[in-house]
Design a protein around this ligand. Sequence first.
Ligand SMILES: [Zn+2]
Length: 213
Amino acid sequence: MNREVIIADGTIKASEHALDYGIAMNIAGGTHHAYTNRGEAFCLLNDQAIGARYLLQKRLIKKVLIVDLDVHQGNGTAEIFKNDTDVFTFSMHGASNYPFKKEQSDLDIALANGTEDENYLKILKETLPNLIETQKPDFIYYLCGVDILASDKLGKLGCTINGCKERDRFVLQTCKDLSIPVMCSMGGGYSPEIKIIVDAHANTFRLAQDIFF
Ligand SMILES: [Zn+2]
Protein backbone atom coordinates (compact mmCIF):
# COMPACT_ATOMS: atom_id res chain seq x y z
CA MET A 1 0.00 0.00 0.00
CA ASN A 2 2.80 2.39 0.94
CA ARG A 3 4.36 1.82 -2.47
CA GLU A 4 1.12 2.78 -4.24
CA VAL A 5 0.74 5.95 -2.16
CA ILE A 6 4.30 6.98 -3.09
CA ILE A 7 3.59 6.28 -6.77
CA ALA A 8 0.36 8.30 -6.75
CA ASP A 9 2.16 11.13 -4.98
CA GLY A 10 4.79 11.00 -7.72
CA THR A 11 2.10 11.35 -10.35
CA ILE A 12 0.61 14.36 -8.53
CA LYS A 13 4.05 16.01 -8.41
CA ALA A 14 4.70 15.11 -12.05
CA SER A 15 1.34 16.63 -13.00
CA GLU A 16 2.41 19.93 -11.45
CA HIS A 17 5.81 19.73 -13.15
CA ALA A 18 4.12 19.08 -16.50
CA LEU A 19 2.24 22.36 -16.11
CA ASP A 20 5.58 24.13 -15.61
CA TYR A 21 7.73 22.32 -18.17
CA GLY A 22 5.31 20.87 -20.73
CA ILE A 23 6.08 17.29 -19.81
CA ALA A 24 6.85 15.16 -16.77
CA MET A 25 7.04 11.42 -16.30
CA ASN A 26 6.60 8.91 -13.52
CA ILE A 27 8.98 5.98 -13.82
CA ALA A 28 6.20 3.91 -12.21
CA GLY A 29 2.41 4.26 -12.24
CA GLY A 30 -0.16 3.67 -14.93
CA THR A 31 -2.22 1.68 -12.42
CA HIS A 32 -5.33 1.91 -14.56
CA HIS A 33 -7.10 -1.21 -13.27
CA ALA A 34 -7.83 0.46 -9.91
CA TYR A 35 -11.48 1.50 -9.54
CA THR A 36 -13.14 4.15 -7.39
CA ASN A 37 -13.60 1.75 -4.48
CA ARG A 38 -11.38 -1.27 -5.16
CA GLY A 39 -8.11 -2.42 -6.59
CA GLU A 40 -7.71 -4.93 -9.39
CA ALA A 41 -4.83 -6.77 -11.09
CA PHE A 42 -1.53 -5.12 -10.04
CA CYS A 43 -3.28 -1.85 -9.20
CA LEU A 44 -4.48 -0.47 -5.87
CA LEU A 45 -4.66 3.28 -6.52
CA ASN A 46 -5.26 4.80 -9.96
CA ASP A 47 -2.39 7.28 -10.11
CA GLN A 48 -3.46 9.20 -13.22
CA ALA A 49 -7.05 9.45 -12.02
CA ILE A 50 -5.76 10.86 -8.73
CA GLY A 51 -3.53 13.30 -10.61
CA ALA A 52 -6.38 14.43 -12.86
CA ARG A 53 -8.72 15.02 -9.94
CA TYR A 54 -5.99 16.90 -8.09
CA LEU A 55 -5.37 19.34 -10.96
CA LEU A 56 -9.09 19.78 -11.62
CA GLN A 57 -9.99 20.39 -7.98
CA LYS A 58 -7.20 22.96 -7.68
CA ARG A 59 -8.62 24.58 -10.82
CA LEU A 60 -5.22 24.39 -12.50
CA ILE A 61 -6.83 22.86 -15.58
CA LYS A 62 -10.32 22.52 -17.02
CA LYS A 63 -10.36 19.49 -19.28
CA VAL A 64 -8.34 16.30 -19.27
CA LEU A 65 -7.76 13.77 -22.01
CA ILE A 66 -6.46 10.40 -20.87
CA VAL A 67 -4.61 8.60 -23.66
CA ASP A 68 -4.23 5.01 -22.48
CA LEU A 69 -2.16 2.99 -24.95
CA ASP A 70 -1.25 0.16 -22.62
CA VAL A 71 -2.32 -3.15 -24.19
CA HIS A 72 -4.83 -3.68 -21.39
CA GLN A 73 -8.01 -1.63 -21.28
CA GLY A 74 -8.05 1.17 -18.71
CA ASN A 75 -11.12 -0.29 -17.04
CA GLY A 76 -10.66 1.39 -13.66
CA THR A 77 -10.08 4.77 -15.28
CA ALA A 78 -13.21 4.32 -17.43
CA GLU A 79 -15.32 3.54 -14.35
CA ILE A 80 -13.91 6.39 -12.26
CA PHE A 81 -14.70 9.02 -14.90
CA LYS A 82 -17.80 7.52 -16.51
CA ASN A 83 -20.03 10.42 -15.46
CA ASP A 84 -17.37 13.11 -15.48
CA THR A 85 -17.44 15.49 -18.42
CA ASP A 86 -14.17 17.13 -17.33
CA VAL A 87 -12.22 13.97 -18.16
CA PHE A 88 -12.35 12.19 -21.51
CA THR A 89 -11.07 8.63 -21.36
CA PHE A 90 -9.52 7.07 -24.49
CA SER A 91 -8.23 3.52 -24.36
CA MET A 92 -6.68 1.63 -27.28
CA HIS A 93 -5.98 -1.97 -26.29
CA GLY A 94 -5.96 -5.61 -27.30
CA ALA A 95 -9.53 -6.85 -27.80
CA SER A 96 -8.84 -10.25 -26.26
CA ASN A 97 -6.51 -9.08 -23.51
CA TYR A 98 -7.40 -8.72 -19.85
CA PRO A 99 -9.76 -7.31 -18.59
CA PHE A 100 -12.16 -9.80 -20.12
CA LYS A 101 -15.19 -7.85 -18.96
CA LYS A 102 -14.33 -4.37 -20.15
CA GLU A 103 -15.77 -1.08 -18.92
CA GLN A 104 -16.88 1.59 -21.33
CA SER A 105 -14.39 4.41 -21.83
CA ASP A 106 -15.50 7.57 -23.63
CA LEU A 107 -13.65 6.06 -26.59
CA ASP A 108 -12.48 2.46 -26.79
CA ILE A 109 -10.56 1.03 -29.71
CA ALA A 110 -10.13 -2.71 -29.38
CA LEU A 111 -7.44 -4.15 -31.64
CA ALA A 112 -7.32 -7.65 -33.11
CA ASN A 113 -4.67 -10.11 -31.97
CA GLY A 114 -1.40 -9.67 -33.83
CA THR A 115 -2.04 -6.05 -34.90
CA GLU A 116 1.28 -4.77 -36.28
CA ASP A 117 2.98 -1.37 -36.41
CA GLU A 118 1.47 -0.13 -39.65
CA ASN A 119 -2.13 -0.65 -38.68
CA TYR A 120 -1.58 0.34 -35.07
CA LEU A 121 0.04 3.64 -35.99
CA LYS A 122 -2.48 4.37 -38.72
CA ILE A 123 -5.37 4.06 -36.27
CA LEU A 124 -3.61 6.13 -33.63
CA LYS A 125 -2.70 8.89 -36.10
CA GLU A 126 -6.25 9.03 -37.41
CA THR A 127 -7.73 9.17 -33.93
CA LEU A 128 -5.65 11.30 -31.58
CA PRO A 129 -5.59 14.64 -33.48
CA ASN A 130 -9.36 14.48 -33.97
CA LEU A 131 -9.94 13.73 -30.32
CA ILE A 132 -7.85 16.70 -29.28
CA GLU A 133 -9.65 18.89 -31.80
CA THR A 134 -13.10 17.91 -30.52
CA GLN A 135 -12.40 17.59 -26.78
CA LYS A 136 -10.00 20.54 -26.48
CA PRO A 137 -8.10 19.23 -23.45
CA ASP A 138 -5.74 21.55 -21.60
CA PHE A 139 -3.94 18.58 -20.04
CA ILE A 140 -3.12 15.07 -21.30
CA TYR A 141 -2.31 11.99 -19.28
CA TYR A 142 -0.42 9.45 -21.36
CA LEU A 143 -0.27 5.84 -20.21
CA CYS A 144 2.65 4.55 -22.24
CA GLY A 145 2.74 0.82 -21.43
CA VAL A 146 5.10 -1.17 -23.64
CA ASP A 147 3.07 -4.38 -23.50
CA ILE A 148 2.00 -3.77 -27.13
CA LEU A 149 5.25 -5.44 -28.23
CA ALA A 150 5.02 -8.76 -30.09
CA SER A 151 7.48 -10.18 -27.56
CA ASP A 152 5.21 -9.39 -24.60
CA LYS A 153 4.14 -12.42 -22.56
CA LEU A 154 0.73 -10.96 -21.69
CA GLY A 155 -0.05 -8.68 -24.62
CA LYS A 156 -1.48 -10.13 -27.81
CA LEU A 157 -0.49 -7.41 -30.28
CA GLY A 158 2.40 -7.59 -32.73
CA CYS A 159 4.21 -4.25 -32.57
CA THR A 160 7.99 -3.86 -32.85
CA ILE A 161 10.14 -1.74 -30.58
CA ASN A 162 10.47 0.82 -33.39
CA GLY A 163 6.70 0.92 -33.77
CA CYS A 164 6.34 1.46 -30.05
CA LYS A 165 8.87 4.29 -30.24
CA GLU A 166 7.01 5.87 -33.14
CA ARG A 167 3.80 5.67 -31.09
CA ASP A 168 5.47 7.58 -28.26
CA ARG A 169 7.02 10.07 -30.68
CA PHE A 170 3.66 10.80 -32.24
CA VAL A 171 1.86 11.32 -28.93
CA LEU A 172 4.59 13.48 -27.40
CA GLN A 173 5.19 15.53 -30.56
CA THR A 174 1.45 16.16 -30.88
CA CYS A 175 1.31 17.43 -27.28
CA LYS A 176 4.35 19.60 -27.86
CA ASP A 177 3.06 21.04 -31.16
CA LEU A 178 -0.27 21.93 -29.59
CA SER A 179 1.29 23.18 -26.32
CA ILE A 180 -0.76 20.78 -24.21
CA PRO A 181 1.08 19.69 -21.03
CA VAL A 182 1.50 15.91 -20.81
CA MET A 183 2.15 13.65 -17.85
CA CYS A 184 3.35 10.10 -18.61
CA SER A 185 2.98 7.05 -16.40
CA MET A 186 4.86 3.87 -17.20
CA GLY A 187 2.23 1.15 -17.44
CA GLY A 188 2.95 -2.46 -18.28
CA GLY A 189 5.72 -4.34 -20.04
CA TYR A 190 6.19 -8.09 -19.76
CA SER A 191 8.63 -9.17 -22.45
CA PRO A 192 10.69 -12.12 -21.18
CA GLU A 193 13.94 -10.29 -21.90
CA ILE A 194 14.23 -7.44 -19.42
CA LYS A 195 16.52 -5.52 -21.81
CA ILE A 196 13.66 -5.13 -24.29
CA ILE A 197 11.32 -3.73 -21.63
CA VAL A 198 13.97 -1.29 -20.39
CA ASP A 199 14.83 -0.20 -23.94
CA ALA A 200 11.20 0.40 -24.85
CA HIS A 201 10.49 2.42 -21.70
CA ALA A 202 13.79 4.30 -22.02
CA ASN A 203 12.78 5.30 -25.57
CA THR A 204 9.83 7.23 -24.12
CA PHE A 205 12.20 9.17 -21.89
CA ARG A 206 14.73 9.73 -24.69
CA LEU A 207 11.98 11.09 -26.94
CA ALA A 208 10.73 13.40 -24.20
CA GLN A 209 14.25 14.78 -23.88
CA ASP A 210 14.60 15.22 -27.67
CA ILE A 211 11.20 16.77 -28.23
CA PHE A 212 10.81 19.00 -25.19
CA PHE A 213 14.29 20.10 -24.06
ZN1 LIG B 1 -0.83 -3.52 -19.42
